[in-house]
Each structure stands twice: as structure tokens, then as C-alpha cells.
Design a protein around this ligand. Structure first.
Ligand code: KIV
Ligand code: ZN
Length: 379
């Protein structure tokens, strides 16, 4: 039987930290409801003490969703924890996510502290958060560069203090997948109470390894993954939700499953990209504009004979209406009409003749015509 991986979505917290991607409370609520329909297990709704706006967003998201756990971020600071608890008070399933730096770099250069003092603060923060909610997640920031023996002591300490989930972030996106696998395996072998908590992966993509590192963590025993739609997040971003979801689905042999309705991935990717004004790169796995587009003659020929020649995912499984055969100035009215219908336009309401004339001009200029171009064409 497959083992269940918990999907912890942090689009509205780590994702929303990206400059230029800020959302209003109303927009966040819309996305949170879509995340609920997608089937995520946890929504990290924000960092309540950071601003009155973030506080209100967390509060409103708690009222708007019922199924997922709603989580608020805090530092290992009592006031942060009190404010988060207040923001989460309407949640059906509230979680406080508290934590502190765990690498020597952070301990020395951020906290001017020692390992023992950090351990003490971590345990104190978890115990304090437990006064407000049962479900407390602890994050060991920059754990990817932390001393492993200390990380084991820290993990054991916070679980003893009541942490239900321990998040081991690779905050700087430093690790290689083999290293991640070895480190998580080490913790499973050396932390006596590790099975009393869920171990969570939170990887950043500075070297383009976030998805690979998250998978390595799962294979070593982690059962929660912290991800974002389109992989948005600090700097080069976080692990992309859609990549993890589809890798586990395509590789059933790995023996893991999620509770996600994958057909919602593409529409949600578009919604998030539009609201955050953050375009998705064309060749982005799963949700990029070219992810299911066939352009070379050999590929088009093979694809039309049998789609499995060049596709490992059925586009409909991720909510893409169909694979794309690229429209060019050589395409006719029928192809244009067909594509517009797939995009949801009612052909009887469109003046195809005049659109086609403009389509040809656009195709001569742009060579390939994508869905976005068609949206622009129709206005
Ligand atoms: O990357 C990180 O370490 C974080 C923590 C705050 C969880 O985002
Ligand atoms: Zn992060």
C-alpha cells in the first residue's frame, strides 16, 4: 500500500515574500479556497506578527477554509506565538510553525548565541506554542548546513517538548540529493523519539535541486513536503508543488501518494501567476507554456501517431485541455477555431474571419502562436 505524503503549501507565506508578489487579503482567500479544492493538507497562511495585513489574511483564511490545517509562522519569540495563536483562533485545525536558526553560521552570525542556548530557546518556544494549540511544527532554519549531531539533539529536544512536526529546511538550497538522503537517514537512525513526529522537507532552489532534494528526503523517511505553486519563493524559489505531485503520481513504483486532485494544477498555476504578476517560465515542468507543446516535425508526427511516444503525463491529468500542436501562419481557420474553443471561447460569438486575418499577421510576426497570444488576439 502507498504511503501518504502530506502536502504543506506555503505559496501564501514563503511564496508571497517575493518582491512584487504581494497579494491582498481577498486575493489570498481566493487562492486558499483553490488550494483547499486542490486537496492540500496544510496551508501556511502567513506570518501574523509581520504586519496587520498578514494578521488579517491569516484570520480570513481560517474562516474561509475548513478541510486543511491552517498554519501561521512565528519566530521562537513569545509575542510572535501569542499573535499567531490569536490570528488562528477561527481555524478548525490550527497549527503554529515556530523555529530558529540551527546552523553554526546562523547561531553565530544571526543570533550571536551558542548551540545550547539555541536548543533551550527552541524547546521553550515549542512548549509555549503548545499552550495555545495542540499542533506545533518546529523549523530548524538552515538545517541543511547544521552540524548533524547538534541537529539530532535539537530534533529530539523539540519532539520531547511536544512538536508534532519537525521541519528541516535547506534554507539556502545548498545540499545535494545524496547529502539530503544521508542526513535525514542519520536523523532517523539517531533520534530516539523521531517516530513521534512527522519529518518535513522545506527546500529552496538555489542550485535547481529543490525537487530532487525533497524527493531524497521523502525516500529517507520524511512524510510532509513544503511546496509552492509554480515553485515561487525566496530567491530562486521553493520546491514546486506540481513537480512533487506529478513525480509521485508518475512514479507510483516509489510507493507514495498525495491527496491532491492533479487536474486542478494548471488552472491554479495560472491563477497564482496572474494574481502575483509572476510569469511562469515557458519550459517550466508540468505548468509551463511549452510543457505539452510539440514543435519539431519528428515529435509532432510521433505524437499524433501515439501521444505516449513523447508524453509521460496525460495533459488532462494536470488540467491542461490537451497537448498543443503549435499554431503557425500555416494553420487554417479550423485549427484556430478549435484552439479558441479549447480555451473556452464560444465560436458562435467570435468573428472568425476577422480574427483569422489578424491571426495571420500576428503569426508572421511572432512565428509561433501560443494560448497567451490568442487571449491577446481575442482581447
Ligand atoms: O527557508 C526557511 O528556512 C523558511 C523557514 C522560515 C521555515 O522558510
Ligand atoms: Zn523557506
Amino acid at each position: 500500500m502507498s504511503q501518504r505524503i502530506q502536502i504543506f503549501d506555503t505559496t501564501l507565506r514563503d511564496g508571497e515574500q517575493v518582491p512584487g508578489c504581494q497579494l491582498t487579503t481577498e486575493e489570498k482567500v481566493v487562492i486558499a479556497k483553490e488550494l483547499e479544492l486542490l486537496g492540500v493538507d496544510v496551508i501556511e497562511a502567513g506570518f501574523p506578527i509581520s504586519s496587520p495585513g498578514d494578521f488579517r489574511s491569516v484570520e480570513e483564511i481560517c474562516k474561509a477554509v475548513t478541510e486543511p490545517t491552517v498554519c501561521g509562522l512565528t519566530r521562537a519569540v513569545e509575542k510572535d506565538i501569542e499573535v499567531a495563536a490569536e490570528a488562528l483562533k477561527h481555524a478548525k485545525r490550527p497549527r503554529i510553525h515556530t523555529g530558529i536558526g540551527s546552523s553554526d553560521v546562523h547561531i553565530l552570525h544571526k543570533f550571536n548565541s551558542t548551540r545550547d542556548q539555541i536548543l533551550e530557546r527552541a524547546v521553550k518556544a515549542v512548549k509555549y506554542a503548545k499552550k495555545f494549540v495542540e499542533d506545533v511544527e518546529f523549523f530548524a532554519e538552515d538545517s541543511g548546513r547544521a552540524d548533524l549531531e547538534f541537529l539530532a539533539r535539537l530534533t529530539e529536544g523539540v519532539i520531547k517538548a511536544g512538536a508534532t512536526v519537525v521541519n528541516l529546511p535547506d534554507t539556502t538550497g545548498y545540499l545535494l540529493p545524496e547529502q539530503m538522503y544521508d542526513r535525514i537517514s542519520y536523523l532517523f537512525a539517531n533520534v530516539s523519539n523521531i517516530h513521534q513526529a512527522t519529518i518535513s522537507m522545506h527546500c529552496h532552489n538555489d542550485l535547481g535541486l529543490a525537487t530532487a532534494n525533497t524527493l531524497a528526503g521523502i525516500r529517507a523517511g520524511a512524510r510532509q513536503v513544503e511546496v509552492t505553486i509554480n515553485g515561487i519563493g525566496e530567491r530562486a524559489g521553493n520546491t514546486s508543488l506540481e513537480e512533487i505531485a506529478m513525480t509521485l503520481k508518475v512514479h507510483k513504483d516509489l510507493g507514495f501518494e498525495t491527496g491532491l486532485d492533479s487536474t486542478r494544477l494548471y488552472p491554479l498555476s495560472k491563477l497564482v501567476s496572474g494574481m502575483m504578476r509572476m510569469p511562469v517560465q515557458a519550459n517550466k515542468a508540468i505548468v509551463g507554456r511549452n510543457a505539452f507543446a510539440h514543435s519539431s516535425g519528428i515529435h509532432q508526427d510521433g505524437h499524433l501517431k501515439n501521444s505516449s511516444n513523447y508524453e509521460i503525463i496525460n495533459p488532462e491529468d494536470v488540467g491542461v485541455p490537451s497537448s498543443e500542436i503549435i499554431l503557425t501562419a500555416r494553420s487554417g481557420r479550423a485549427a484556430l477555431r478549435h484552439r479558441l474553443q479549447l480555451l473556452g471561447f464560444k465560436s458562435e460569438k467570435l468573428d472568425i474571419d476577422s480574427l483569422y486575418e489578424r491571426f495571420l499577421l500576428m503569426a508572421d510576426e511572432r512565428k509561433m502562436i501560443h494560448d497567451q497570444d490568442l487571449m491577446e488576439l481575442v482581447g
